[in-house]
Design a protein around this ligand. Structure first.
Ligand SMILES: Cc1cc2nc3c(=O)[nH]c(=O)nc-3n(C[C@H](O)[C@H](O)[C@H](O)COP(=O)(O)O)c2cc1C
Ligand code: SF4
Length: 606
């Protein structure tokens, strides 16, 4: 007779069980399989409390021998704790026995609780030692980062990227010995083409651009490298103070993020870009509508240099936000103008406008109310015709924003649902190119400056984005590294180990403002210095001279292409001349309407 597996033996025995034995009653309604409950009865299962904590599958049916296995492998830690408890209890009150008894008692209670609790299967089967799983899960990022991760593995920033920021912010050398560690033959490898006639390196202080078209009366001379939007609430008060002080020292801009302008933004007087999200924090009525009077009052502050309407953010486009009531501190409540006892909601869409034309009128209103400061908007590109609808509205109303900030899907956030971070929104380079091309092809590019944000840490990152159409770049997480972020990836838990992304006053103590402000300043300065040397090697004197043909990428083992060959660049007026634009652009343009964000079906217009 062929030998049966234990599972087969069990199945074969099943029909032989007598009716009324109690086992049939426990056949599972959906598949007829026997439940452990019934199996336990067959195997003379322990009763009472012992039964409650020892309802392990090892006592099921013919595999009763597994109980020994269970006991001696899975319950080893608990057994040791119990034995130690008995032995130390016997020798009490000897000096050595007291602590041992205490520890053993604690472990025994934990072990018994683990076996009885119904939530965690691992702890039920492996009392006491099961906790190690959570311990290792907790410290996995650190273990991985310090012991396992490769220098160029991006999670999301590689050790090499982080080390560069740390070195530049501490004014340490970022020079490397012995040549590149990158594989220059790997597809995706990128480089800038140098010139045989390098230029003298320009003064990085001159790397500024004017933001503000002729509809704005207070243009801003911005650095080409600024601090991206990160609100007080997602970042700690100490982090905001250090960022703003660094911005003041280096003469660059600090975006407030949608949490409004807090007293910490104002302490050192660094230039601010005030971001208005859907919650209109800092300028809202009690029911969450935009409040023009409150906006005008705050926007008059000379420290606020520009106004940015936030449409979306790369890490969670189309998703609103919620700060639970428990986290709405007195300061956050005062800064945002929201009550302390309620969740603080950022809706997914704006209420101040609902069509592209209304959006442009809102831009004009903000410009007027702010006394003529530059007004623009930030978005991650989603449905292309929606952005084109906004551009059509600019042409229709002749209201032209001063700037647009393009955020990439690779952007960061304090917290967002995984699907939003991983699978919604256009990556930065494609989004940036699309915005640049659309503005060029509608003859609006000269009036609108473009900023770009998405994993910028080095001078080369800046150069790549400038080559693809950006006028300036922002960094969020790059500046967080300058503040001491170690990429522990726990910003959403309020337990940031270095005081950057937490509202816990004790944890914030870790971040010493004057020291980290200096680092923010150094990081900015040294990065622009590196950019100046880099473009000088390419024979250029100002970052605005970087063009797509200066950058190149390896596309296969044997082929390298210039950015100008890899990407499509539209010419002035292409979209206005009907047949000139490539089909993707022309089709999206035809689907867009200035009076609606909705897609307009071809032929549906009168
Ligand atoms: C902690 C944190 C908070 C953020 N808060 C905001 C915000 O309030 N408003 C916003 O528009 N973007 C916010 N962002 C997105 C950044 O401004 C930026 O667009 C994005 O992270 C890409 O830049 P990075 O890759 O240099 O971080 C936040 C990002 C981080 C990491
Ligand atoms: S150290 Fe961790 S928790 Fe703190 S800011 Fe960095 S990633 Fe967020």
């Amino acid at each position: 007779m062929p030998s049966l597996t234990k599972h087969e033996q069990c199945a074969a025995a099943r029909p032989l069980l007598p009716r009324g034995s109690g086992v049939q009653k426990h056949l599972h309604p959906s598949n007829g399989s026997r439940e452990p409950e019934a199996a336990g009865k067959v195997a003379s299962r322990p009763k009472g409390f012992l039964s409650a904590i020892l309802c392990y599958p090892g006592l099921e049916g013919p595999s009763r021998y597994r109980s020994y296995d269970l006991f001696f492998t899975r319950y080893t830690a608990l057994c040791i704790a119990v034995i130690s408890l008995i032995v130390s209890g016997y020798y009490l009150p000897s000096v050595w026995a007291i602590p041992l008894f205490g520890v053993s008692l604690m472990l025994t209670l934990i072990g018994l609780y683990d076996m009885a609790q119904p939530v965690h299967s691992v702890r039920r089967n492996y009392p006491i030692v099961g906790h190690l799983r959570w311990l290792f899960e907790d410290i996995r990022p650190e273990l991985r980062q310090y012991l396992i991760e490769g220098d160029h593995e991006q999670t999301p920033f590689s050790r090499s990227q982080r080390s560069l920021v740390y070195a530049r912010s501490k004014n340490e050398t970022s020079d490397r010995a012995f040549g590149t560690q990158l594989d220059v033959y790997a597809p995706g490898y990128e480089f800038i083409s140098h010139s045989t006639r390098p230029a003298p390196p320009a003064d990085p202080a001159s790397f500024r651009i004017r933001i503000g078209n002729d509809q704005c009366s207070q243009p801003y001379m911005a650095s080409i490298f600024n601090i991206s939007a990160m609100s007080f609430g997602s970042l700690s008060a100490h982090a905001i103070r250090a960022l703003n002080k660094g911005a003041k020292l280096g003469g660059f801009a600090h975006d407030t993020g949608e949490g409004s302008v807090s007293p910490y933004h104002q302490q050192y007087g660094g230039d601010l870009i005030w971001e208005l999200g859907t919650g209109y924090f800092g300028c809202r009525t009690a029911d969450g509508q935009f409040d023009p009077a409150a906006f005008a009052k705050k926007a008059a502050d000379p420290q606020i240099r520009m106004i940015e309407i936030k449409l979306s953010q790369g890490a969670k486009p189309g998703h609103g936000g919620i700060l639970p009531a428990s986290k709405v501190t007195e300061e956050i409540s005062a800064t945002r103008g929201v009550p302390m006892d309620k969740d603080c909601i950022s809706p997914a869409r704006h209420r101040a406008f609902s069509t592209p034309v209304e959006m442009m009128q809102f831009v004009a209103d903000l410009r007027r109310l702010s006394g003529g400061k530059p007004v623009g908007f930030k978005l991650c590109i989603g449905q292309p015709w929606e952005f084109m609808a906004i551009v059509k509205a600019m042409r229709q109303t002749s209201i032209v924003p001063d700037f647009i900030v393009v955020d990439g899907a690779e952007g960061g956030t304090g917290a967002s649902p995984l699907e939003f971070s991983d699978h919604i929104g256009m990556p930065l380079r494609e989004g940036l190119l699309f915005v640049h091309n659309t503005l060029v092809a509608t003859n609006l590019r000269s009036q609108i400056r473009i900023g770009a944000a998405g994993k910028v840490t080095s001078a080369f990152d800046i150069a790549c984005l400038l080559a693809l159409g950006a006028d300036w770049t922002n960094a969020g997480r790059g500046f967080m590294f300058a503040l001491g972020c170690i990429q522990s990836l726990t910003c959403h838990t309020n337990r940031c180990p270095v005081g950057v992304a937490t509202q816990d006053p004790l944890r914030q103590r870790a971040l010493v403002v004057p020291d980290k402000a200096e680092r923010v300043f150094n990081y900015h300065r040294n990065t622009l210095h590196a950019l100046s040397e880099m473009i000088a090697a390419a024979g250029l004197e100002h970052p605005s001279q970087i063009r797509p043909h200066h950058l190149a990428r390896r596309v296969s083992l044997t082929e390298i292409r210039l950015f100008s060959q890899l990407h499509t660049f539209l010419a002035a007026g292409d979209l206005l001349r009907g047949d000139k634009a490539p089909s993707f652009y022309a089709e999206a343009w035809n689907l867009a309407s200035h009076d609606s964000f909705d897609l307009v079906e071809p032929g549906s217009r009168g």
